[in-house]
Ligand binder design. Sequence first.
Ligand code: AMP
Length: 282
Amino acid sequence: MEILRTIEEMKAWSRKVREDGQTLGLVPTMGYLHEGHLSLARKSISACDRTVVSIFVNPQQFGPDEDLDNYPRALETDQRTLEPLGVDALFLPTADDMYPEGFQTYVHVEEITEKLCGKSRRELFRGVTTIVLKLFNIVQPHSAFFGEKDRQQLEVIRKMADDLNLDIEIVGLPIIREADGLAMSSRNQYLGETERKTATSLHEALQQAQQLVAQGESSAATIRARMRTIIEREGQAEVDYISVCDPNRFEELKVIRGKAMIALAVHVGKARLIDNCLIERI
Ligand code: AMP
C-alpha cells in the first residue's frame, strides 16, 4: 500500500492509474477506522481496479464548540488495518495543504443541508461538500463510496455531484452495526460503560418505529413520540432531533405514505450519535 502525503503525490499516482486504463475507487474517511469504513473499502476493492482510502480529519466541518481537537486518531492502527485488505493507496493530506493561507472557496448545497443535522451543525455540510469536491478533484476517481449511516451527507454529496455534473459514481452502502445494534462510529469511543448501554436505544427506537409502521401506524407524531420515550427512558440521553421525513428532500411528514426516512440525533455524554432507516408504507 502506497502512503501518499502530498496533493502532488496523490495526483501523480492517480494519473498513472488512469493512464494504465484502470478504474479507481475512493473511500473518504476521517480515520479511527472500524468495520463501517472497511465495508466501503472492501466494496471499492471488489468494484474497481484500484482503491484509495483517504484519512483527513477535516477542520472545516467542525463547529467552534465541537470535538475537532478530541476527535479520535489512530493512524498507525488504521494503516495496519488497511494494508491486508488490499487497499492500493492511503492518502494522508495535512490541513495546511488542504487549506493553505488565503483559502476562500467553498461548495454550498442549499435546501437539503438546512434540515436535520444541518440545523444544529451549521458548519457541517459546507465543510463536507468542500472537502469531498477537493478530494474528487485531486484523486479523480471513477467511483466514490459513502455510508448510509450518514444518509443526509450521502444525499448532499449526490446532489452536489448531480448539480455540478461530476462524472463520478456515488455509491451508498448499508449501515454496519455492533452486535447489539449500535451503528458503528468513531465517536462511540467517547461513550462510558453506562452511556454505551444507553446508546443502543437509538437502534431500539428505530426498530420500534419500523414495527409500528408494519402494524399500520401512519402518524409521524405518534412514531416520534414513541421513539422519544425509548430514548429518554435512560435519563442520560438528550435528543437533538427525531425526524420522520421524505428520504430525498428531508421535508417533515405528518402522515407516512410510501417511502420515508426515520432519522435521529442524540447526545449521550460527550458523543452526538446519529442513526436512520428507510421505511415503506404500502
Ligand atoms: P467518517 O470517518 O465518520 O467521516 O466516515 C467515513 C465514511 O464511512 C462515511 O461515508 C460514513 O458514512 C461511513 N461510515 C461511518 N460509519 C459507518 C457505519 N457504521 N456503517 C457504514 N458506513 C459508515
